[in-house]
Design a protein around this ligand. Structure first.
Ligand code: ZN
Length: 462
């Protein structure tokens, strides 16, 4: 397909504060960039796609996903967070080989694209060897998705011969930053995913400082359960380590003071409502974070437990927050959190949180053409009375007909482009089989649970 596209006649939701929605508009894309938007644009030498009766909006941004867990789909449907840590982090993570990681990340990134996610924060913390890191990164590049490849510093439960020390892990991230991810202009950019903080804190500090040296965004699980002593955010604030390059994840137990610190530093929070509600991490922080003025985003987190689409995440985050308000206020007279408020969380605010606000996250001339087409003629969107609200509360991933990433169609009229789906399926099933065989089958997954709980209690006592 060519490099110049006229997307004609859609109802356009720009998700941009300075670019009004168009009830019926055209979008001209050239060399990956939105050149013009408006009603009845005139243009020569372009391929025209008729989008009458469709919705056009920015591609969605998943701010937190462990894409490598794709082969583990739904195995953790009934797991708490301790079950999850015991099964996934202790048992399954070391059982992945680089080829499994590639199959997992490729299938996971394509699943995301298929569901209208054009940008992914891949919190990639399954780095047993440098070859694991390379395989995970290659798969994201192969999928054609825009991503922050957040190199996970977390070590596995056993000593790795390839990356035996904390310093060697930091050095391996530097290797990628100085070679394959030296440019910040590619679709896949470098980031750092911290090890769970505070265990020990000196290590967390070294990780943050190393990421700053590399000049890349940082993302970190934070306050997902109550901990004694100063919180991660308090420690960072005390040492002057907070900043706009930090994307905290969960923060379900963050204090109001912590949230103010994050807001004041320009940092952001990724809420993952489905995992938080399921696993016992407390209530999603959405409403409190917004109230504190924190840039708030959403993520799917793990398809080892829950679904991998952001329509569900938007809906869940919104309705849980409303339920909490009703409970607090005794049947609220007004719903203060509006449905359409969820859209920036998966578009422009998420782009800003990744330092990509000038590039993606909304539709306006000059930005990259990261966009999705929803089939508004589907019965679940008909009649289309309030398009923004309908996207949040009524749309689902099956409505995503076409997906463009930087001017290239990743999905077109219902089908992923240039993808051998059979091969992708076969490889991710093979990865599932290989990983489960190495740990002694699914029945053996929770064997370390009690030992892990004891370890975690020890960690808390530090
Ligand atoms: Zn996570």
């Amino acid at each position: 397909m060519g490099d110049r596209w006229m997307l004609r006649g859609a109802e356009v939701l720009t998700c941009d504060p300075e670019q009004p929605d168009l009830p019926r508009g055209d979008v001209l894309v050239e060399d990956g960039v939105i050149l013009a938007m408006g009603p009845e644009l005139r243009a020569e030498d372009c391929r025209v796609v008729d989008l009458h009766g469709k919705l056009l909006m920015p591609g969605l941004i998943d701010a937190h996903r462990h894409t490598w867990q794709t082969p583990l789909r739904a195995l953790g449907a009934d797991w708490t967070v301790m079950d999850y840590l015991a099964a996934v982090r202790v048992k399954l993570s070391p059982a992945f080989r680089p080829e499994d990681l590639h199959a997992a990340n490729l299938a996971g990134a394509l699943e995301a694209l298929d569901a209208g996610i054009t940008t992914l924060v891949d919190y990639s913390h399954c780095m047993e060897t440098p070859e694991h890191a390379d395989a995970a990164l290659t798969a994201l590049q192969d999928a054609g998705i825009r991503a922050l490849f957040a190199y996970g510093y977390a070590a596995g439960p056993q000593e790795s011969t390839a990356l035996p020390t904390h310093a060697s892990r930091l050095q391996d991230a530097r290797r990628l930053r100085t070679t394959r991810l030296a440019s910040d202009g590619g679709l896949v950019r470098m980031g750092i995913a911290l090890t769970e903080m505070q265990i020990p804190w000196e290590q967390s500090r070294a990780e943050i400082l190393s990421a700053r040296e590399l000049g890349v965004p940082i993302t970190a699980h934070c306050s997902a359960w109550p901990m004694p002593g100063p919180s991660e955010v308090q420690r960072m604030a005390a040492e002057g380590l907070l900043g706009p390059d930090l994307l905290f994840v969960h923060c379900t137990w963050s204090s109001e003071e912590d949230l103010k610190h994050i807001a004041g530093s320009g940092g952001a929070i990724a809420v993952t409502p489905e995992t938080e509600l399921q696993m016992g991490m407390g209530f999603p922080v959405t409403g409190r974070a917004l109230h504190a003025g924190v840039r708030t985003t959403l993520g799917c987190d793990v398809v080892s437990s829950n679904g991998g689409d952001l329509f569900t995440a938007m809906r869940l985050a919104l309705q849980v927050e409303r339920a909490r308000a009703h409970e607090r206020e005794g049947l609220s007279r007004v719903l203060s959190l509006k449905a359409a408020r969820m859209l920036p969380m998966v578009t422009l605010d998420a782009a800003e949180a990744l330092g990509l606000g000038r590039v993606t996250g909304s539709l306006r001339p000059g930005k990259d053409a990261d966009l999705i087409v929803l089939g508004a003629g589907a019965l679940n969107l008909t009649p289309l009375n309030r398009p923004r609200d309908a996207v949040v509360l009524q749309a689902h991933a099956g409505n995503v007909e076409s997906v463009m990433v930087r001017g290239q169609w990743a999905k077109f009229q219902g089908a992923l482009v240039g993808v051998d789906l059979e091969a992708v399926r076969r490889r991710v099933v093979e990865a599932r089989d290989a990983v489960l065989a190495r740990v002694g089958g699914a029945a053996a997954l929770l064997g370390e649970r009690e030992a892990l709980a004891a370890h975690w209690e020890l960690g808390r006592a530090d």
